[in-house]
Ligand binder design. Structure first.
Ligand code: NAP
Length: 289
């Protein structure tokens, strides 16, 4: 399949590489052109200097850029150059609003736009084990799915345009509370003078178990926060969540609080630390009298 790909960063770079290795003809574009040149050299894909060049003649165009405005810019530039009937799959985490906006724009030009954010992080992209949650036309998604499976373990259709982004918001809400709870548990164990490794052994097979506990307990205790998904990105995502909640009336008191905790982590110099750095905020704090 002839595929255009825009956004060859931490997530997009390995995704696009998996597509090349699966036998697709992939043309990659990135805002910073050197990154696209390096990607093309390393993966065997083709380099594009512009979005239009990456989109020309493609039946499938995939992007994984930064935020809402980046998606608007790239999709607007790509649409007129794609083959008639082509599908655009957006893996960026954005608002549901921009997903609906892009779907209408694409439909007006005889193309289909699917919002398809992912979970699984950098490791999931590298290992081809991402989970994709998608909104939009299900027939177009079914046609794109074999290609997406080059870097995914599951692709789930969630409903109309925007439903993929809403599902990603659910994911981020669930993670925010769990990570803060875990950070407090590690903090308490340390303050209480327990052996944190032994505490993990004692509780991790019971009801407190979670992916975060299995993968981040020990590293939180050691103060290591270099595991990919950055606090800056999490704050962007929680901002999208809280905007959506203001519009739909959901009550997200804990999510709003954790968002503010992350703003404190940013002030501590942790903008690029990973999301488990909520623990650093507690480690820095004097104990109550
Ligand atoms: P990243 O490493 O910063 O990659 C984004 C790439 O998109 C960069 O190479 C950037 O180019 C390019 N880009 C940004 N805006 C652009 C524009 N307007 N036009 C053209 N190219 C543009 O970020 P990432 O970690 O891959 O994350 C990408 C998206 O996936 C974000 O929405 C993030 O929230 C989401 N996500 C990330 C993770 C994760 O673990 N990292 C997990 C799930 C979802 P430059 O080289 O010029 O900056």
């Amino acid at each position: 399949m002839k595929i255009g790909f825009a956004g060859l960063g931490v997530m997009g770079g390995p995704m696009a590489r998996h597509l090349v290795h699966a036998g697709h003809e992939v043309t990659g574009f990135n805002r910073t052109a050197d990154k696209a040149r390096t990607w093309a050299g390393a993966s065997g894909g083709r380099f594009a200097a512009t979005v239009a060049e990456a989109a020309t003649g493609a039946d499938l165009f995939i992007l994984c850029v930064g935020n809402d405005d980046d998606v608007r810019q790239v999709v607007d530039a790509a649409l007129p150059h794609l083959n008639a009937g082509a599908t655009v799959v957006d893996h960026t985490t954005t608002s549901a609003k921009v997903a609906r906006e892009m779907a209408a724009l694409a439909a007006g030009q005889g193309r289909t736009f699917i919002d398809a954010p992912v979970s699984g992080g950098q490791a999931g992209a590298e290992n081809g084990q991402l989970s994709v949650m998608a909104g939009g036309d299900s027939d177009a998604l079914t046609r794109a799915e074999p290609a997406l499976m080059a870097y995914s373990k599951a692709v789930k259709h969630m409903g109309p345009s925007g439903a993929g982004q809403l599902t990603k918001m659910v994911n981020q809400i669930a993670i925010a509370g769990v990570v803060q709870g875990l950070a407090e548990a590690v903090h308490f164990a340390q303050v209480a003078g327990l052996d944190t490794g032994a505490a993990y052994d004692a509780i991790s097979k019971g009801a407190a178990q979670s992916w975060q506990m299995d993968n981040r307990w020990a590293t939180m205790a050691e103060g290591r926060f270099d595991f990919g998904f950055a606090v800056d990105w999490m704050r962007k995502d929680l901002g999208l969540v809280l905007d959506e909640a203001r519009a739909n009336g959901a009550h997200l008191a804990l999510t709003a609080l954790v968002d503010q905790f992350y703003s404190e982590v940013q002030s501590m110099g942790g903008a690029r630390w990973d999301t488990s750095s909520l623990a650093a905020r507690l480690q820095d704090r004097p104990r109550q009298a």
